[in-house]
Ligand binder design. Sequence first.
Ligand code: ADP
Length: 228
Amino acid sequence: MGGAVLELRSVERHYLQGDRKLTILSGTDFTLSSGEMVALVAPSGAGKSTLLQIAGLLERPDAGDVIVAGQACGRLSDDRRTAIRRNEIGFVYQFHHLLPEFSALENVMMPQMIAGLPVEEARARAAQLLGYMKIGDRAEHRPPELSGGEQQRVAIARAVANAPMVLLADEPTGNLDPATASYVFDALEALVRQSGLAALIATHNHELAGRMDRRVTLDAGKVVPLPE
Ligand code: ADP
């Protein structure tokens, strides 16, 4: 395991509901190191998505800071935060959000093309990533022609297309049956182990959580180890 690639320091996040203040995150500290897979296990409404959105620079905390690859992001402009997000962070959601009119290969090429990579390099890397995700033979198919598990493997390949340091996943297998979830997780795990990526994965699946390096939960707005 390597150095810290993602840190949350004293993060606060509150929502106003009518005249009530909802505390979602309060004094939240968390460190993710390269090569590490961490499961975030907590009931619905506990704040997992909020934590991932803040960690992924999609939302700003009310206080505290997020440090990505050594860069404190709190005081940066939206443009700088977007650049760091595009370069260093990959996202996977419960639903794949692939573009239905493009092939699996093209979906994985897309973020690389946006980042300015030459088309042949993007194509080669996309093919390699689909191979790692054991879906290389389906590269020319469009998402509606793929099964749920296959779609999710393409979505994972797309999330890491720009070689981010951090992968954030919000229930990435939540929509799959247990056997398919396990297979998709195998491919994700192999990818993380090969690339030295760091992954924070929100999941309700205790079997998958048990296969990660450690498990955390949210308690009174703080990230704490999940009691065994
Ligand atoms: P989880 O991902 O663990 O299900 P969320 O982070 O989605 O939890 O939500 C945590 C809590 O914050 C929930 O009670 C939710 O209703 C509330 N919440 C989330 N986003 C907002 C928002 N934009 N405005 C008000 N309340 C919100």
